[in-house]
Design a protein around this ligand. Structure first.
Ligand SMILES: Nc1ncnc2c1ncn2[C@@H]1O[C@H](COP(=O)(O)OP(=O)(O)O)[C@@H](O)[C@H]1O
Ligand SMILES: [Mg+2]
Length: 229
């Protein structure tokens, strides 16, 4: 459903991505792993329409989306969850979800329901300000928001970054519940998380794909993966 070919992206004269190619099939959970500065976020920004590549193509369901602005990309069914985990912190959790419902003409109740199905504990927080949520809960709220309007593909940038082990389990659980219902590309540096969930992994270093892994045994072998970091 997503097919990236030969993507070159630069910031001014500084090249950030060199000939990146990747494929995502419907329902897959694909991971992009690599150290800080490898180019993972740049890849997501390019797919989501925030950066224009120098060359290469990005086909989504057969249509080249290079050059489309972010709101058009979103309307086609791609949602990008930023790395910064920013929510409307002064608004309630419910209001954060309702705001997501408006542009995609979804029923506000359904928007709230969606997140409760994935994470029933959110019920207690619906009337509290989103700023009072923990980092993990905020990430779940952002995932819930992104699901409003039934997107086809989610790009999730470092969902477990900075979270404690217990909270990472909540995220793992939420992502597992979403498996097969929506395609996902997830940037993740925690290789244990990658090992538990990935159908496919792209190892990125210095703007290039060093290795593509689909073999389950290989994906579960942290030492093997670390060689490509
Ligand atoms: N806005 C920007 N302007 C200039 N260079 C940038 C900008 N954002 C990222 N970079 C550079 O591009 C490279 C890739 O960054 P990024 O995609 O954020 O990596 P990652 O998400 O893997 O940590 C890094 O060398 C980074 O310094
Ligand atoms: Mg990043």
């Amino acid at each position: 459903m997503l097919s990236v070919t030969g993507l070159d992206v630069a910031y001014g004269n500084a090249m950030a991505l060199h000939g990146i190619s990747m494929e995502v099939e419907p329902g897959q959970m694909v991971f992009v792993a690599g150290r800080n500065g490898a180019g993972k976020t740049t890849l997501f920004k390019s797919i989501a329409g925030f950066l224009e590549p120098r060359s290469g193509s990005i086909l989504f369901e057969g249509k080249n989306i290079v050059g489309l602005p972010p709101e058009k990309v979103a309307l086609l069914g791609i949602r990008y969850i930023f790395q910064d985990k920013r929510v409307f912190s002064k608004l309630t959790v419910r209001e954060n979800l309702e705001l997501a419902a408006y542009p995609v003409k979804e029923n506000m109740k359904d928007a709230v329901e969606k997140v409760l199905q994935l994470y029933p504990k959110m019920e207690k927080f619906l009337s509290l300000s989103a700023g009072s949520l923990s980092g993990g809960q905020r990430q779940i709220l952002l995932i819930g928001r992104a699901l409003v309007g039934n997107p086809k593909l989610l790009l999730i940038d470092e969902p477990t970054e900075g979270l404690a082990a217990g909270t990472i389990n909540d995220i793992l659980n939420v992502l597992s519940l979403m498996r097969g219902k929506v395609s996902m590309v997830i940037v993740e540096q925690n290789l244990s998380v990658v090992g538990m969930l990935a159908d496919k992994v792209y190892m990125v270093k210095e703007g290039k794909i060093m290795k593509e892994m689909v073999d389950k045994a290989e994906i579960n072998d942290k030492a093997a993966m670390e060689r490509y970091l």
